[in-house]
Design a protein around this ligand. Structure first.
Ligand SMILES: [Fe+2]
Length: 167
């Protein structure tokens, strides 16, 4: 598997003009993911912690390009990483946008995908917050997607249960 180092991952972010606030968000997501990933791995789940880390660092690499082109930033990020030859990271980040959980095809399935998806929904800017706070924040920022967010909500809570055993 071709996996960028952490240093190469940050160089890719700079190369694609990812703003500093998104980089800080991505680092915070990677920290939470490392904790959850290590705990689940210790319980015997098959998780590649390096793949998870790089996917967290790179998950929003397509954000700016997607705003410019109007596409989904998961898909744009997927194409960028494919182009750089990082297929496994590309697959993990493809399924992280909120709406992906609504469709059985795009729903996060591998542990790395589930953990990235979930941790991204627990980090607001670069702070770890509750799902409730983050989802409320998303509804406020993206009123046009409020209905989709509402439909995704119970599935995100179910994922939290699966990863943390939390109600
Ligand atoms: Fe994202």
């Amino acid at each position: 598997m071709a996996l960028p180092t952490r240093k190469e991952s940050f160089e890719l972010l700079w190369h694609h003009n990812v703003p500093q606030n998104i980089i800080r968000h991505s680092i915070a997501v990677s920290r939470l993911a490392a904790d959850i990933g290590a705990r689940l791995k210790a319980e015997g789940k098959k998780i590649d912690l390096n793949l998870l880390d790089r996917a967290c660092i790179l998950h929003d690499i397509g954000k700016l390009a997607a705003i410019q082109s109007g596409g989904s930033h998961g898909e744009v990020g997927y194409s960028i990483l494919l182009k750089h030859g990082y297929r496994e990271v590309a697959e993990v980040i493809r399924k992280h946008p909120l709406h992906c959980i609504l469709d059985s095809k795009s729903r996060p399935k591998a542990w790395e995908e589930k953990i990235l998806y979930y941790c991204d929904k627990r980090v607001r800017e670069h702070r770890v917050v509750s799902l409730r706070e983050r989802l409320a924040d998303l509804k406020k920022r993206y009123p046009q997607y409020r209905e989709g967010i509402r439909r995704a909500e119970p599935l995100v809570y179910r994922l939290e249960m699966e990863l943390l055993g939390k109600k």
